[in-house]
Design a binder for this molecule. Structure first.
Ligand code: PEP
Ligand code: MG
Length: 599
């Protein structure tokens, strides 16, 4: 999407404008808009030392080589499809990549002006564009866009994912078409007040990160970047999914009041931090935290998590250019174990792909039409591309298991064959460690995530060969309903209370209980006050969620009677639609929730 024309933003309604999107992270934020370009690829500009010139030039050459590889891949696909005109354009782009006007000029800028590769490249691209601009011929003038295209590709490869100029001022509200999970993870460091986007769904990783950092957020607003101008005053109500542009002073006053009440309620809820999550008839529920990095451990403990139910280790791969080495895996896991002080920690092996990208994956330029159904997660770990990294991670995690109650979990297991393949790699790594007398926990529990219908349907078979289940409903809903979890256009179908989903969860729980293995649920639905009671009634008494949600869910558990929840669920699972199930649960819970705070 081209940057919006700031001089002529087009018609927009005057006065206060209210928009509704997908509510993904509760809380009220009031602040000034900070608009981010759609692709976040403005180049960073800095000077380099003379000693660093060679490494800048090497970075440039590497980015050109990666761009070339990506274009070659696109070309071979076009050749298969016999799309000959596009094929020639790509060939032209490849030639341009190596054109001396671009390469030599960029290197010249790096050397002569001692500037970084991104800045030098932008200057060289600008020079070439200037030449085309001066030509009195429409065809040639149009070639500017080819130059831009090539320059942008090289720039993307230079930047990778983690850099980027995203430096919003404190207390700003970031307004973007979309943000990568990695970019979102950086936002809280800038102390921004909130986040709103055109794209996205409730369980996109961007949304999950916003929740983890308690950043009020509304996504799926479709055209908010078209409507909002930099510095507009905005109100974001992340709980209600509402954004108000240019609110009147009266509206601001109302939301400030609401903000104060919410903060007071949260503080009251936090009063239950050290109380057990036990129902009125004596069933104790374990409430764990989902985290993405050690910086979330304090939050997990402050909100009363009894352990880490899901550590998303893939974030180690998503920051920086390097893949993590064995020491990084080992030290990270040991740090988490130490800071959790004897509480159980479940680390999931890296779950990359789809919306979670790492530099090495981008360089591989897999060019998949459906990444969510592609070489991701455990499939990537077992494929040539990821297996070395998987082994390295397993070595680090196994070594860390000597330091505390660590469990390992494999994501996206599709069936017994895949589980056995992953276990075979783990067994080999264990043998290597034993041979070199490196200590690890010989009894370490290794479990799997149930994230696709295939796994849920054969949960009885999987339960015989694994130590525990963790139901990942963010993906289980996506694959059951055939609805992309990051696509706002179909988010209305993303329904945790759909009877099909409830049956899959129920049957998974039954299979786990029959086999005598623990089963937990770590999808975002565990934190939904209308859904958590249903999960409890289905027999899931271990829930893992964003830490910020734990106090509220604990309040609900402490106000509930398990025998009644079981009776409620027995009744609602045979209702035909999610709407009817929701209404029945809401009716029952209305009685329970009165007076929940502080329970
Ligand atoms: C899930 O799919 O429910 C899950 C917890 O994993 P992630 O959200 O990281 O895909
Ligand atoms: Mg998942």
């Amino acid at each position: 999407m081209p940057e919006r024309d700031r001089e002529h933003p087009g018609e927009r309604p005057t006065g206060e404008i209210r928009r509704e999107g997908v509510a993904v992270s509760a809380g009220i934020a009031i602040g000034r808009a900070f608009l981010v370009g759609r692709d976040l690829i403005k180049e960073p500009r800095y000077h380099v030392e003379a000693d660093d010139v060679d490494s800048e030039v090497a970075r440039l050459r590497k980015a050109i080589a990666s761009s070339d590889k990506q274009l070659a891949k696109i070309k071979s696909k076009l050749a298969e499809e016999e799309a000959s005109s596009d094929f020639h354009i790509i060939t032209a782009h490849q030639l341009m990549l190596h054109d001396e006007h671009l390469v030599d000029a960029t290197i010249g800028y790096i050397k002569d002006e001692l500037i970084n590769a991104e800045w030098a490249l932008t200057k060289a691209v600008g020079d070439i564009r200037g030449v085309f601009d001066a030509i009195e011929d429409d065809y040639f003038r149009e070639r500017r866009s080819d130059v831009d295209f090539v320059g942008e590709r090289v720039l993307r490869n230079l930047l990778g994912k983690e850099t980027g100029p995203l430096k919003p001022p404190p207390d700003a509200i970031v307004v973007a078409y979309d943000l990568s999970p990695a970019d979102t993870a950086q936002l809280h460091k800038h102390a921004v007040a909130g986040l709103i986007t055109d794209a996205g769904g409730k369980t996109s990783h961007t949304a999950i990160i916003a929740r983890a950092h308690e950043l009020p957020a509304v996504v799926g607003l479709e055209d908010i970047t078209e409507l909002v101008l930099d510095d507009d005053l905005l109100i974001v109500d992340g709980g209600a999914g509402v954004v108000i542009v240019n609110p009147t002073p009266t509206t601001v006053g109302q939301y400030r009041d609401q903000q104060r009440k919410q903060v007071a309620l949260e503080e009251q809820l936090l009063g239950n931090k050290d109380l057990p999550a036990t129902t009125t008839d004596g069933v104790t529920v374990q409430l764990y935290a989902n985290i993405d990095g050690p910086d979330e451990i304090d939050g997990a403990l402050e909100h009363g998590a009894v352990g880490i139910g899901l550590y998303r280790t893939e974030y180690l791969f998503m920051v920086g250019d390097q893949v993590p080495d064995e020491e990084t895996h080992y030290k990270t896991a040991v740090e988490v174990l130490e800071r959790m002080a004897g509480r159980p920690v479940t680390m999931r092996t890296f779950d990359l792909g789809a919306d979670k990208l790492a530099k090495f994956l981008e360089e591989a330029a897999l060019d998949e039409a459906n990444p969510a159904l592609g070489l991701r997660s455990i499939r990537l770990c077992l494929a040539d591309l990821g297996q070395g990294l998987f082994r390295t991670q397993l070595r680090g995690l196994l070594r860390a298991s000597a330091h505390g109650p660590l469990r390992i979990m494999f994501p996206m297991i599709s069936g017994v064959a895949e589980l056995r393949a992953a276990m075979a790699v783990l067994d080999e790594v264990k043998r290597e460690l034993r041979a070199s007398k490196v200590p690890f926990d010989e009894h370490i529990k290794v479990g799997i995530m149930i994230e696709m219908p295939a796994a849920a349907v054969i949960a009885d078979l999987l339960a015989k060969e694994t130590a525990f289940f963790s139901i990942g409903t963010n993906d289980l809903i996506q694959y059951t309903m055939a609805v992309d979890r990051v696509n706002e256009l179909v988010s209305y179908l993303y329904e945790p209370l759909h009877p099909a989903l409830l049956r899959l969860v129920r049957d998974t729980a039954i299979a786990a209980h029959a086999a005598g293995i623990p089963v937990s649920l770590c999808g975002e639905m565990a934190a939904d006050p209308l859904v958590a009671p249903v999960l409890l009634g289905l027999g899931i008494t271990e829930l893992s969620m964003s830490a910020v949600s734990i106090p509220e869910v604990k309040g609900l558990v402490r106000a509930s009677r398990m025998s009644e929840l079981q009776a409620l669920v027995a009744r609602v699972v045979s209702l035909p639609t999610a709407e009817e199930i929701r209404a029945a649960v809401a009716g029952y819970m209305a009685g329970v929730t009165a007076g929940v705070a502080g329970k």
